[in-house]
Design a protein around this ligand. Structure first.
Ligand code: ADP
Ligand code: MG
Length: 246
């Protein structure tokens, strides 16, 4: 279970997250929808501590961190929480000078200090899971966008995170390549992977999410079952936004 309590994030004078409360039940998928600039990426980055919240509380499993304005967070705390999460970015962000398998092994070798042979074996299992074991020694630049994103998903899963955070995982891909990423995410959802997915792809969201949250201007305007939010939202603002995704 992941729990965000009163998360605020400020960039200078700009209050980008205005007290977000969110519970993510274990083994479920939460879709985060909302207009550009609403704070979806910032929220995911706060869960992962790529951004440090200005205030609020994050609990991931047994780990809890409370934030206060101006606080200095130790690396140990950051690493402790970050190791519980895996992140998938819109633009894949693979290490270009590493092969597919080296990208997947990176965390196992650098963070967990696994011997290379063991890390490679685990890396191959993960590439197998995303259907890319045969591309283990390929360079990212030689892979399609969909393949690169599948490698990025395998990499994000390497440290067995409690939650997989996906920031618009299909928006940089044309429909066919997006489809293969959707397949992989659907399979992970079936296996009970806890995920939070920021997306404009209603097809992806309605296929795999149980919960959906509509984030607008830094606040969660409406949250509920995905079916409810996508087909019959209560708030006028949510209705209007969902209509733009259809
Ligand atoms: P979304 O992912 O929903 O499009 P973002 O989280 O990217 O929204 O952005 C929310 C707001 O935060 C925007 O106004 C954006 O300009 C601002 N923002 C995001 N990251 C930074 C940053 N590193 N520094 C300053 N402002 C930022
Ligand atoms: Mg974003």
């Amino acid at each position: 279970m992941i729990e965000l309590t009163d998360i605020e994030k400020r960039f200078g004078d700009n209050l980008v997250l205005k007290g977000v409360n969110l519970r993510i039940p274990e083994g479920s998928v939460t879709a985060l929808i909302g207009p550009s600039g609403g704070g979806k990426s910032t929220l995911l980055r706060c869960i992962n501590l790529l951004e440090i919240p200005t205030s609020g509380k994050i609990r991931v499993g047994e780990e809890t961190l409370e934030f206060h304005p101006g606080m200095k967070l130790g690396w140990r705390d950051i690493r402790r929480l970050r190791s519980q999460t895996g992140m998938v970015f819109q633009n894949f962000q693979l290490f270009p000078h590493r092969t597919a398998i080296e990208n997947v092994m990176e965390g196992l070798v650098a963070v967990l200090k696994w011997p290379k042979a063991k890390a490679r074996e685990r890396g191959l299992e993960l590439l197998e899971k995303v259907g890319l074991a045969h591309k283990a020694d390929a360079w990212p630049a030689t892979l399609s966008g969909g393949q690169q994103q599948r490698v990025a998903i395998a990499r994000a899963l390497a440290l067995s995170p409690r939650v997989l955070l996906c920031d618009e995982p299909t928006s940089a891909l044309d429909p066919e390549l997006a489809g293969e990423v959707v397949e992989v995410l659907t399979q992970l959802a079936r296996e009970g992977t806890t995920m939070v997915i920021a997306t404009h792809d209603l097809r992806l969201a309605s296929r795999i999410a149980q919960q959906a949250a509509f984030l607008d201007a830094g606040s969660i305007v409406e949250i509920g079952s995905a079916q409810h939010i996508f087909s019959n939202p209560e708030r006028e603002r949510t209705k209007r936004f969902v209509a733009t995704l259809l």
